[in-house]
Design a binder for this molecule. Sequence first.
Ligand SMILES: [Zn+2]
Length: 257
Amino acid sequence: MGLRQAEAILLGVHDLQEADRIVEFLTREQGKRRGVARGARRRFSRFAGELQPLARARVTWFEKEGRELVRISSVELVRAPRELMGDLEGLLLSTYLGETLSTFAQEGEPAEALFRLTDAVLAALAAGADVRTVVRYFESWVLRLAGVFPPPLDCPLCGRELGASASLAASGEALLCRDCARTQPGAVAVSAAALEFWRRIGREGPAAVAARPPGEATLEEVGEVSGRVRRHFLGHELRSLEVLRRTLGSAGAGSPA
Ligand SMILES: [Zn+2]
């Protein structure tokens, strides 16, 4: 209780009343937090320019027992996501990545792994790694950390190793071997290359995967399948992804299939 400070990754900023903003941020120790930044919409606010999704910042806030919404007293920018700030596509993409994190991060629960993943992904982007591969890496890992993405290893029905082929169950909750998939209506075949991608991200960081990226078709499939898993779980599509698609079509580097 009381005054807290932590290094955080900003997830999103929403307007509140005429002068204030709600800022969502991810911390290692307390997961997702939401707070009011008073006066943040004013032109000469002390928060001006600091509230960019995916920025790394030192956030100081005040919390009261029993209240989820904290009061933010300062946001000091540590690192801006420059590689995502230059154009509309970057801006839409950072909003999408921020909304993904915001959707899957637990409020008030430690989020060390999610924080490290995001940090590694932002470092890879800052170093010029292929945006599309890094985004696919991020989407799959966020779902995996949330316990939503099925492990690409054994068939949960028969226990056999998946090997080079599998199908995604219609529920989006399991990767099945092709034999078991035949008994499951609505299962969708998944390619060997996509399976290999999900195995690789278990052993390699985003920069390494992006340095030896899978082909275009595989990236498209990976994005399609993880989108399907996520929609099944949430029951809807992420809003920022719809905006991204409407604005850029599927031509954008980071835009999912
Ligand atoms: Zn099986």
